[in-house]
Design a protein around this ligand. Sequence first.
Ligand code: MEV
Length: 317
Amino acid sequence: MRSVASAPGKVILFGEHFVVYGTKAILCAIDKRITATSQFLDERKIRIKSKLGDAEFDLDTSTNPEFISNKFMKPFLHIAKEALQEFNENRGIEITLESDILAGIGLGSSSAACVATAASVAGLFSKRSKEEILSRSIESERTVFEDVSGADSSISTFGGLMSYSKDGYEKINSKNDISLIIANSNQIHNTKEVVLKVREFKKKNERLFAEMCEQENKLVKDALSAIKENDLNKLGSLMLKNQEMLEKINVSTDKLDLLIKEAVKTSYGAKITGAGGGGCIISLVDKSNLSNTLENLKKISDCFVAKIDFDGLRYSR
Ligand code: MEV
C-alpha cells in the first residue's frame, strides 16, 4: 500500500522574522508542490529517498549517526517513528520525496516536505484532519529548529492567503488579480542561521527591535486593508517599507538588493521573501506589468510567475 500526499510551497508577503517574536505575518501558498509517497517496509527501518540524498535508519539498533545528525532527515525520521509507535506497528516505512521547489531558497520547501510527509505517513494508518497534520509537521520541524514560528507549515497545510501569528491564523478571502514574480538570487541560505543572526541583532538592539515589531504589525494591518480594497499600488509600497525593515535587520544581500532595484522599475513593489541572506525576492504584478517585469528580471536571474495555490495539503496527486 502506498500513501501519497502533497503540499505547496509559500511566499511571505509581509512579516518574516518579526513573526518569530509574535507579530503578524501575511503568507501566500504558491503553485509549486512537494509530494511525499510512503509505504511500509518489512524490515524495521526508516528509509528516506529524495534528490537531496537517501538515508536509512535501523529502528532496532538506532545507530545510524549520519541520519541522526542529518538536519534535513531528522523531521521525517521523527514523523515516521512517532506514527509506528502510536499504532504499535512493527514494520518500517519508506518515504520518497519529490519536489517542484529548490531547497534553501525561501519558498518553504522544508515545511511543505514536513506537511506532505506527515500526511502521507498518517495515510498509511488512518487519515488525519489538516489541524492534526499541521501540529505534527510543526513538532517535526522543531526537532531541528526550536524557534520556528509555524507560519510556513500553516500556509502549506491550508493554502490560499492567510495572516498568521503565534496566536493563530486567519484565512484572507481575496479575489484579487495578484500575481507574483519570484526571482532567485541563487544564493542558498540556511533559515536557522539567518533567524539566529536576527536574534543576535535583537539582543543588541532590544528597544529598536520592539519598535520595529510595532511597525510591522501596523504594516500588516495596512496591507490587509490594501488587499481588501484591491489596491496594488498601496500593497506594493507597503512591501517596499517591509523591505527597508528587513535591510535594517541585515538579512538582505547585494544580489537581493539588485533584484529588488530591477523589479521595482516596472512592478508595484518587491521584497525579500522568507529568511533572506540569499534565497528569493517577490515582485507584485498584475496583467499590466507582468511581462515587462519578467523580461527585465530574466536578464539577471532565474525567475518565474507564481500563482496562489488555494488547495494546501492534498491527499493524492
Ligand atoms: C522563514 O520562511 C520565515 C521566518 O520568519 C522563520 C519562521 O517564521 O519560522 C524567517
